[in-house]
Design a protein around this ligand. Structure first.
Ligand code: MSP
Length: 475
């Protein structure tokens, strides 16, 4: 355990997912990343708070419920249930699941809005522009490709309406300064460059934070004809999930968030509107926006609107919990886009899990069984490389590092031929088995954040000397 980490709070957040449909691989990816990081930090001795939840207000969701002929409340309950079931199936150990329809959250959001209004950060005005309902965001001409939103392949609507506006322009220089100096760190580097070049190129417009004709939302306390813009409502989950009631004088000890994990499509709002709300409130901004790329399917971003969704539960049925976690976390360099196909995932599953790790565990344990060798596992991790890679958020490289150990151990068995030694040279056999059991123990410990169930199974097998099959080959 590194020095000084004991009981230090470490706050990790995922975005809260729109309760507008069933979860897809993109959501699963963000959440599995957060879970692996949370487990790694816990292992290091931090007192981790890991939050996730659902974003339940807004026009898009109300419309969806109506299309399905359901009452909105019942609809969001059903959708949220789907997310919670998936997180259970994927072994996600969150600390708290927040819903923006929680009374506590709503009250805190209203208190914040009142504060922002009272301190002059919000004023009454008009807002007009091109609005994409899919993104729930106003778009600039530059965001569009041939007049359409590239993420939703749809033409945004022109909207002009009376609205409350939050000041942004005056914060532009301060935002640039915080991002440039890493007070608000954006990683990886290419995302930092991207957001800084946006902030230096374009004037930040004051932003509309209310909608007049959207009923499914939190009413502004100073003008109940308006409801809050979904993003402002949603961002505040990062504080209300900690039990915060909106009082700017009493901010929870976990804040500022150490790591906010987001996909690149929501980087801009997280690096502009969210810190702006915090600055207006006099609350420190988040420490890090850890940004990942998109999971593509057949070369396109996977999304409801595009209709190319892979159901994560199907993956769990096919590859098991840890198989799915492994395939997601090892798919491409963190930060870049990855194109997933079921065929490639199956190939990787067979090569790395059934053949690589599964084979190693069964070979070593079967040999150990013959002579009743077993071993106690210490909980200490013994790899500096692993710590460095994890602290730099290089998840797929961390897995490659573990799999290098797997193939080294498999190679060592092939070379040493312990199945021959067991009858020809007892002393040598014991020496070789010592090495192998040590290697397996270290692999089991390193795997823990990524594949908690498998790690446990290997440790149990090492203790009892009994092996259970880990991964069956898939056709
Ligand atoms: N509700 C907002 C977030 C509010 S947070 C204050 C939202 N929800 S979302 O459901 O559309 O997306 C949530 C997360 O899923 C984002 O991080 C997004 O990048 C991620 N993904 C959605 N589709 C994705 C892929 N195809 N691939 C990887 N992640 C993507 O935005």
């Amino acid at each position: 355990m590194p020095k000084g980490t004991e009981n230090k709070p470490f706050f990790i957040t995922t975005p809260i997912y729109y309760a507008s449909g069933s979860p897809h691989i993109g959501h699963a990816y963000t959440t599995v990343v957060a879970d692996c990081l949370a487990r790694f930090k816990k292992e290091q001795g931090y007192e981790v708070f890991f939050s996730t939840g659902t974003d339940e207000h807004g026009q898009k969701i109300a419309k969806k419920a109506e299309e399905e002929g359901k009452e909105v409340r019942a609809f969001v309950d059903e959708m949220t249930d789907g997310f919670q079931k998936l997180w259970q199936a994927l072994d996600i150990e969150y600390t708290k699941f927040i819903r923006t329809t929680d009374t506590h959250h709503i009250k805190a959001v209203q208190k914040v809005l009142q504060t922002l209004y009272d301190n002059g950060s919000i004023y009454q005005g008009f807002y007009e522009g091109l609005y994409c309902i899919g993104c729930e965001q106003f778009k600039t001409e530059e965001d569009l490709v041939l007049g359409k939103c590239p993420d939703h392949n749809s033409v945004p609507e022109f909207m002009r309406e009376e609205s409350y506006i939050m000041k942004m322009t005056e914060l532009q220089d301060e935002l640039i300064h915080r991002i440039e100096t890493d007070v608000l760190c954006v990683t990886s580097g290419k995302y930092k460059t991207e957001i800084l070049s946006f902030l230096k190129r374009e004037k930040l417009e004051d932003v509309s934070i209310s909608r007049k004709n959207v009923k499914w939302g939190i009413p502004l306390p100073f003008d109940e004809a308006h409801t809050t813009y979904v993003w402002v409502d949603a961002f505040l989950n990062y504080l209300t999930v900690l039990g915060w009631d909106g009082d700017t004088d009493v901010v929870p000890k976990e804040w500022p968030a150490d790591v906010q994990i987001i996909g690149k499509d929501i980087l801009r709002v997280h690096a502009t509107i969210w810190p702006a709300v915090l600055m207006h409130l006099g609350i420190p901004t988040q420490k890090l926006l850890l940004t990942h790329g998109h999971i593509l399917s057949g070369g396109k971003k996977m999304s409801k609107t595009m209709g190319n969704i892979i159901d994560p539960l199907t993956l769990v049925e096919r590859f098991g919990v840890d198989g799915t976690r492994y395939l997601l976390m090892s798919a491409g360099t963190f930060g870049g886009d990855v194109d997933l196909t079921l065929e490639r995932m199956t190939e990787k599953y067979n090569a790395d899990l059934a053949n690589g790790l599964g084979n190693l565990v069964s070979r070593v344990l079967k040999l150990a069984e013959q002579v009743s060798l077993c071993r106690e596992i210490s909980t200490l991790k013994d790899s500096e490389t692993m710590d460095t890679l994890m602290n730099e958020y290089k998840f797929s490289e961390a897995l490659q590092h573990i799999w290098q150990k797997v193939s080294e151990a498999n190679k060592y068995i092939d070379e040493m031929k312990p199945w021959v030694l067991v009858t020809s040279d007892g002393t040598k056999f014991s020496e070789v088995m010592e090495v192998l059991l040590g290697q397996l123990a270290s692999i089991a410990i390193l795997l823990q954040p990524f594949m908690p169930e498998t790690s446990e199974k290997i440790k149990r097998a090492l203790k009892t000397g009994k092996v259970e099959p880990l991964f069956q080959r898939i056709k």
